[in-house]
Design a protein around this ligand. Sequence first.
Ligand code: FES
Length: 157
Amino acid sequence: MGGRGESTEFDRLAEELQRQILEQERAVYSAKVLEEAHNPKNVGRMPQPDAWAIVHGWCGDTMEIYLRLDGDKIERATFMTDGCGSTVACGSVLTQMVQGRSLEEANQIQPDDLIAALGGLPEESVHCAELTVNTLREAIARARARREVRSEELGGR
Ligand code: FES
């Protein structure tokens, strides 16, 4: 009968497998990418954001970014993705980077800045950073468009 011995053996195998996976991940990804991918910050769709965007990457994955504004400043940013671990790390770090910055400052962030903040990304994951930054830019463009409509409405009164 399956007793303790079997489950201990299973646990040992599972542990070994996990150790091997971690070792492989460490060989490819920086410590920062692994930390952010395994413990991402600012995950989730924001209820009633001031602006948001969803962008589909050529890899088939999507990134969503939500912004809460205080005037011209990004007070809070969250993200949601069905993409790979790199994309989760990108969303986590980029949303942390933009909080407290103006829309203009956030719009200046380049994929290379994000990659540098992540301690590097393997070549095949560079597009994940591009997807994340493009999504942020789309959300910022929408925030600005919304603001223009509002000021036109106010000016029209
Ligand atoms: Fe598609 Fe990373 S976003 S592989």
